[in-house]
Write a protein that binds this ligand. Sequence first.
Ligand code: SAH
Ligand code: F3S
Length: 484
Amino acid sequence: MEKEIDEKRQGTSLVLQEKEGNTKKLFIESYGCAMNFSDSEIVASILTEQGYNTTQKLEEADLVLVNTCSIRDKAEQTVRKRLEKYNAVKRSINPGMKVGVLGCMAERLKSQFLEEEKIVDMVVGPDAYKDLPNLLKEVEEGRDAINVILSKDETYGDISPVRLQSNGINAFVSITRGCDNMCTFCVVPFTRGRERSREPQSIIEEIQDLWNRGFKEVCLLGQNVDSYLWYGGGLKKDFDKASEIQKATAVDFSQLLEMCAVQFPKMRFRFSTSNPQDMHEEVLHVIAKYHNVCNYIHLPVQSGSTRILKEMNRQHTREEYMELVDKIKRIIPGCSISQDIITGFPTETEEDHQDTLSLMEYVEYDFGYMFAYSERPGTLAARKMEDDVPEADKMRRLQEIVDLQQKLSAQRTARFLNQTVEVLIEKESKKSDAHWSGRNSENVVTVFPKENYKPGDFVLVKVTDCTTATLIGEAVGYSEMQVN
Ligand code: SAH
Ligand code: F3S
């Protein structure tokens, strides 16, 4: 679900925050992962208290904030283009406009940004959003402002995010920040800092608030949800130093997920992202046990070659990953599994690539998000390894895995034919105003005639047809999740 945001909501200006008496206008847009979209909701909440309402019109904004992504070079280029656009608007229409860069590019480039991009007035890293009021004061007084300090304990657990451009049905709730895994290709540990978990009570309170407001599905978010660990605060890596009491009362991801499932039996739960090396069997049992926890695991693999996995510092082999997949299929029959794969990592041979293809066949992934390797400055791979796979080979290999994924996805949608699936209605189908669109527990988009159903309803749908990505069917009634 998170990656869908990448493609479909990427960059859309977010609106819908109106507080009476607020006169200043904020235009905020987000690029990259779901965590960025979720962070923008925190930022909008902080700025609401500073007199800002959001606007969708760039031309009328007093403040423009862009929440940026550094994961691949292309993501950074997209943001640079947006800055050019802001610059044009500032010069021609709105000279008083101030521009701030948030998120991973802010963290990666720091003050370099202020030098390179003259349009930028403010640079704010992902852990510094609570400092925005002070930074804004600096900017209003005509000075550049920057805070890119990474934190040991900031989780924004005490801030109630405003739901920007929400359908009122699905929401993201972040549970961890940062990542300690240090995959050699990845910039995230540098831009988002060390891993820390959010207090369970504040997570439950946020979900309660969403429930009270009619939301029906929550996606628990983290770079690596499986390593969620609350022991009273502090970094995950410092857990060893915790007291005996802290250790005895610590809450891990399977416990958190179970708490959510039990406390909110009519709320549907998803989570993203899982990391093969940190996923424990207990999580699988929680998914299997609770109807309201979706049968869907996003389980990035990156490569099917043990040698490349080692070079990437992924802490598992091809075989261990396959064993985990076997376990998932045994404990949660029919569970949907999706992947992230990178082609053309340094030293990747044709044989390594074939290993990736054969692993995909083995797992029969339902979906996938596939990328050509993009060298990121400062990462271990960039420092120690030459980006030596020719661009043409990277792209051909990428095409081969994309084609294979398409074939596998088509097989997987076909398995739902003539079955009845439980769908949460999210919106009108893009292709027909006579149909609703939603997803089943396995995260497959399902469309069916509207009849008297409405968005937010949980409906049982008999599947009569399918495409490679979509199930088509007819509603046969409400499901046990429906609240009337
Ligand atoms: N654990 C994170 C992963 C974030 S990055 C999560 O929550 O999803 C998302 C994906 O981008 C990674 O799984 C990887 O497949 C891809 N990626 C990361 N760094 C990359 C790079 N340097 N080049 C190409 N793809 C990359
Ligand atoms: Fe990046 Fe690996 Fe963490 S892909 S976000 S370092 S799990």
